[in-house]
Design a protein around this ligand. Structure first.
Ligand code: UDP
Ligand code: MN
Length: 310
């Protein structure tokens, strides 16, 4: 009954009861869909009150309608250097379909082999920019230098071209929609490894010599370097700070345990993300997916590390 709806609405959304969308209580089914937009099996908000995005906690239609009014452009920075050109087609093909579908996205592909970029028919609101980049002999340097290249490119181009910027690995494929629920000022993706290992064995750099070091006993979430982003200005601060750490470590003959990911984790520990993406947004295919990961939106492509990196 309508009274019953009001009852549930009042208890679950007491603070929201005066807001217009609670008018849905009046007989429509809107309140039921609001009530079903919750999960009780996972953490939904970080201790600093940043939302953690999980399937079943948001309504994509509402988010799309809000976002459309703003006419934002999102940039995606991705790298395909040396043998990683083989991942371009799977990445772009699936991102064209599933990444911010219906919204404006500029893909920026940095590669040392522009001639090997396959031609892909992109949706009209999507654009591809191919940017030549040098290669490095060590795969660790290719991966770490992304921070420097992104930081420089924000300064020279992106701050005039896009509103939000996301950095993504190229060796991934998308299987479900990744929509405007990822948009926020500073966004990190919780590593899928965090859900399979005891909390204390996560992978922060602990050696105090490294600029990525996090003291024992400190730390909360462990974030994946394969997918992070936010507003252009926040991503500028992040990539600049992380690359500074990489450079100082290099000068001291040090390389952090998980390369730029270690520096990213240190940065995000002390500059808390305003939104966290659950491991639905980057699932590591080496792991068995637990029940709480209801959808695999994006996952790593299995690769022979020895073959592809050397
Ligand atoms: N990368 C590249 N060529 C290389 C090594 C790395 O283009 O030889 C880029 C590519 O975008 C890749 C990212 O750096 O997705 C991170 O490296 P990788 O995926 O090997 O790291 P993992 O995800 O295995 O930790
Ligand atoms: Mn990868």
């Amino acid at each position: 009954t309508s009274a019953g709806h009001h009852q549930r609405c009042n208890s679950l959304f007491a603070a929201l009861a005066v807001l217009p969308f609670c008018l849905g209580c009046r007989g429509s089914s809107a309140v039921f869909s609001l009530i079903s937009c919750r999960r009780t099996d996972v953490l939904l908000v970080s201790p600093w009150l940043a939302p953690i995005v999980w399937e079943g906690t948001f309504n994509r239609d509402i988010l799309n309608a809000q976002y459309r009014q703003k006419n934002f452009v999102v940039g995606v920075a991705t790298f395909a250097v040396k043998k990683y050109v083989r991942f371009i087609e799977g990445f772009l093909g699936s991102a064209n379909k599933f990444f911010l579908s219906g919204h404006r996205v500029n893909f920026y592909l940095f590669t040392d082999h522009p001639e090997k970029v396959p031609s892909i028919n992109l949706a009209p609101e999507k654009r591809l920019f191919i940017i030549p980049v040098q290669n490095y002999s060590r795969w660790q340097d290719i991966s770490m230098n992304r921070m420097d290249i992104i930081s420089n490119h924000i300064h020279s181009h992106w701050r005039y071209e896009v509103d939000y910027l996301y950095s993504m690995d190229i060796d991934v494929q998308m299987f479900e929609h990744i929509g405007v629920e990822i948009i926020d000022t500073l966004v990190g993706t919780i590593s899928s490894w965090q859900y399979t290992k005891p909390r204390d064995s996560n992978s922060y750099e602990r050696h105090p010599e490294s600029r990525a070091a996090i003291p024992h006993g400190e730390g909360d979430f462990y974030y994946a370097a394969s997918f992070y982003g936010g507003s252009v200005s926040e991503v500028y601060k992040l990539t600049t700070a992380c690359f500074k750490g990489v450079t100082e470590d290099r000068a001291n003959g040090i390389e952090a345990k998980w390369h730029e990911e270690s520096h990213l984790n240190k940065y995000l520990l002390y500059h808390k993300p305003t939104r966290l993406l659950s491991p639905e947004y980057y699932w590591d295919e080496e792991l068995i997916r637990p029940r709480i990961i209801r959808v695999k939106r994006l996952s790593s492509v299995r690769k022979d590390l020895q073959e592809v990196r050397f």
